[in-house]
Design a protein around this ligand. Structure first.
Ligand SMILES: *[C@@H]1O[C@H](CO)[C@@H](O)[C@H](O)[C@H]1NC(C)=O
Ligand SMILES: *[C@@H]1O[C@H](CO)[C@@H](O)[C@H](O)[C@H]1NC(C)=O
Ligand SMILES: *[C@@H]1O[C@H](CO)[C@@H](O)[C@H](O)[C@H]1NC(C)=O
Ligand SMILES: *[C@@H]1O[C@H](CO)[C@@H](O)[C@H](O)[C@H]1NC(C)=O
Length: 345
């Protein structure tokens, strides 16, 4: 698929919005703004924010990373990974250097063993005229089956944790040396072997020395585990929310999420269930803050991240697959980036 028609998509978006069926009581609809709508069949999977405020998103329908200006919605392709067909977790590992999980799917959510690697996209050594980052393969991870979430360790420069949703293991990868090893392997990461999709640990975020994670199809839904400086387990898993209290469409409980500045809340994207759910980390309380079962506003929400600048620190940027994971409940649009003003929810 080509994205040459993107500008046309932007131009026609006003018309698209007004042609959508009007549904009552879309949660927080006044607080939501579409930043960009990609063409149909674009599965936007994950998001990281640059220090300059621009959004970097990975795609699953193509092995690509796009950079989007959050105010204008202008979008450009900044990297296309060779010899792969999907890109997933993305996180900043050093100033303006982003680590990305890259590999192959043989079907939706089905990883190809031996196809996975960690790459970095480095804006410091990128092309100054095109303003695109330099891409570098850090290392292949031959034992991996499905590398999904990724988070940078705050205690050790250059080290990222990457989660294998199929194996239910977290690898630590040193982007300077390319060395990797299994860093954390606990029962709470494992997949539900009787579920339709073989998907355990999914979203991963590190805050204050702990790894917060979702498990997509098995309890606990959201939990955290304390880490040593090297990224190994330093204590037992603490469950934050055992299971989903919001309606679930096709058996998928939670995709990726964002933590707010103090980790008071996890803002969870529920993908086929078409919601953003705010979970209070101290109590596990769950509250739907955007979307609806058959509502397109955040249909197919895959992940989210807060802005980093004065004008958008309270804005949650949500990425979606446009409803591709479950077209039956809300229909399909192009994958989106949506801004949610969290001061209004
Ligand atoms: C996107 O897909 C939907 C559902 O199949 C269809 O109604 C719509 O016309 C498509 N939009 C474009 C721009 O092709
Ligand atoms: C991705 O590659 C795998 C083989 O590793 C193949 O089975 C699959 O069809 C490819 N997917 C796409 C969309 O090209
Ligand atoms: C992954 O997919 C790419 C592109 O479709 C293909 O060239 C490559 O051989 C695949 N790798 C594996 C290990 O299947
Ligand atoms: C595993 O998946 C099955 C089938 O969807 C479901 O009934 C069961 O509750 C799940 N187990 C856990 C622990 O979530």
């Amino acid at each position: 698929m080509h994205f040459a028609s993107l500008s046309v998509v932007f131009a026609s978006f006003g018309a698209l919005v007004s042609s959508l069926p009007t549904e009552p009581a879309s949660h927080a609809s006044k607080a939501l703004r579409d930043v960009v709508v990609f063409p149909n069949n674009t599965w936007v999977e994950n998001i990281a924010v640059r220090s300059n405020g621009n959004l970097l998103v990975t795609l699953i329908n193509l092995p690509e990373v796009w950079e989007v200006e959050p105010l204008s919605g202008s979008a450009k392709l900044v990297y296309s990974f060779p010899n792969a067909n999907v890109s997933l977790g993305i996180a900043e590992v050093g100033h303006d250097v982003f680590a990305v999980n890259v590999g192959n799917f043989s079907g939706t959510g089905v990883g190809v063993p031996g196809s996975w690697s960690i790459w970095t996209l480095d804006y410091n050594t990128g092309n100054p005229s095109s303003k695109k980052p330099a891409g570098k393969e850090i290392t292949a991870i031959p034992p991996a089956v499905f590398l999904n979430g990724l988070a940078a360790l705050t205690t050790k420069p250059g080290v990222v944790l990457t989660g294998d949703s199929f194996l239910g293991q977290v690898f630590a990868v040193d982007v300077f040396s390319g060395r990797y090893s299994v860093a954390v392997d606990v029962p709470e990461f494992k997949r539900n072997t009787t579920a339709a999709l073989q998907l355990g640990i999914n979203g991963m975020k590190i805050h204050d020395g702990s790894l917060y994670f979702t498990n997509s199809l098995q309890s606990p839904l959201l939990a955290k585990i304390p880490l040593s400086v090297n990224g190994n387990a330093a204590g037992p898993v603490k469950t934050i929310a055992k299971s989903a209290q919001y309606p679930i469409d096709i058996g998928f409980q939670a995709d990726d999420f964002a933590l707010d500045a103090t980790a008071e809340h996890a803002w969870v994207a529920t993908n086929p269930s078409n919601f953003i759910v705010r979970i209070t980390t101290a109590t596990g309380k769950q509250q739907i803050v955007a979307g609806g079962k058959s509502d397109q506003t955040v249909a197919g929400a895959t992940s989210a991240a807060f802005g980093r600048n004065w004008y958008d620190k309270q804005i949650l940027y949500i990425v979606t697959d446009g409803g591709l994971a479950d077209p039956s409940s809300a229909g399909v649009t192009g994958g989106k980036i949506i801004a949610l003003d969290t001061t209004k929810v």
